[in-house]
Design a protein around this ligand. Sequence first.
Ligand SMILES: Cc1cc2nc3c(=O)[nH]c(=O)nc-3n(C[C@H](O)[C@H](O)[C@H](O)COP(=O)(O)O)c2cc1C
Length: 181
Amino acid sequence: MSIKDHIIKRRTTHHYKPIPIDESIIDEALALVVHAPNHHLTFPYHFYKVKGQVRDNLLAYAYDSFAQKSQETADQKLKKWSSIPGWLLVTQKRSQVDKTAREDYATISIAMYILMLALDEKDIGAKWSTASLFETEEWYRICGINAEEEIIIGMLWYGYADKAPKFFERPNIEKYSSILE
Ligand SMILES: Cc1cc2nc3c(=O)[nH]c(=O)nc-3n(C[C@H](O)[C@H](O)[C@H](O)COP(=O)(O)O)c2cc1C
């Protein structure tokens, strides 16, 4: 398949088979992200593979947080989140300069897309999630992230899709492009 085909085929995956993903696949995908366009070559990201006790602690914290609002939601979320085989926490290096922070986030977005396309090539689905829980002090604490140095920008969840992802009809680009002359 061409890059064009993967761009059109890739869709956010919400439901995963609880089958472990070969570590070499994510390592190969990660190795590509350093090629994302990056103004001033700041390499503004860090990717943490979340596993074992840290993952268990995050799941327990998420469960308790959701349960404060609804037991049913907490049960559903725990079932769904604990079946996700791949957890990649993504952070951005903090910058005091607004323009640098903006450009760094742009680079990370491109890096995320590189990851998603590289995984799609192996028929592995992914989801960039920015759930509010990831912004809490407790999430930072469990992950051991120093908020003065890094900002959690999300989780890249990945794995083999359990249900075919939804395809949303995309608009024609003519509505979103024009000529300036
Ligand atoms: C920055 C960013 C944050 C996102 N956060 C979430 C999220 O928290 N939960 C979720 O279900 N999807 C999340 N998504 C996935 C989008 O909802 C998804 O890309 C959108 O519905 C379009 O679907 P597609 O990726 O299949 O084209 C996020 C996507 C981006 C780019």
